[in-house]
Design a protein around this ligand. Structure first.
Ligand SMILES: [Zn+2]
Length: 77
């Protein structure tokens, strides 16, 4: 299981910005600073983590996307 977090700041993307989901245990080069991390929880894969992030943070749900680097299989934009 890995701990997943959401960046509370929207990142640039072609379609207008998204909130990146990261695997905190994945040595990701794009992990946000600690004060900008929203806790999602512990999951076996980014697909489950992404679903939970959308449930937990409904106001951000339509813009949540997996990080290209550490959650590539959940990355859309
Ligand atoms: Zn990442």
């Amino acid at each position: 299981m890995s701990k997943y977090i959401l960046n509370r700041n929207q990142q640039d993307s072609k379609s207008g910005g998204n909130y990146e989901l990261h695997n905190e245990n994945g040595n990701c080069i794009r992990l946000p600073n600690h004060e900008n991390r929203l806790d999602v929880g512990y999951f076996d894969n980014c697909r489950d983590a992404k679903a939970q992030a959308k449930t937990k943070y409904p106001s951000m749900s339509s813009d949540i996307d997996g990080c290209y680097y550490c959650c590539n299989s959940c990355h859309n934009e």
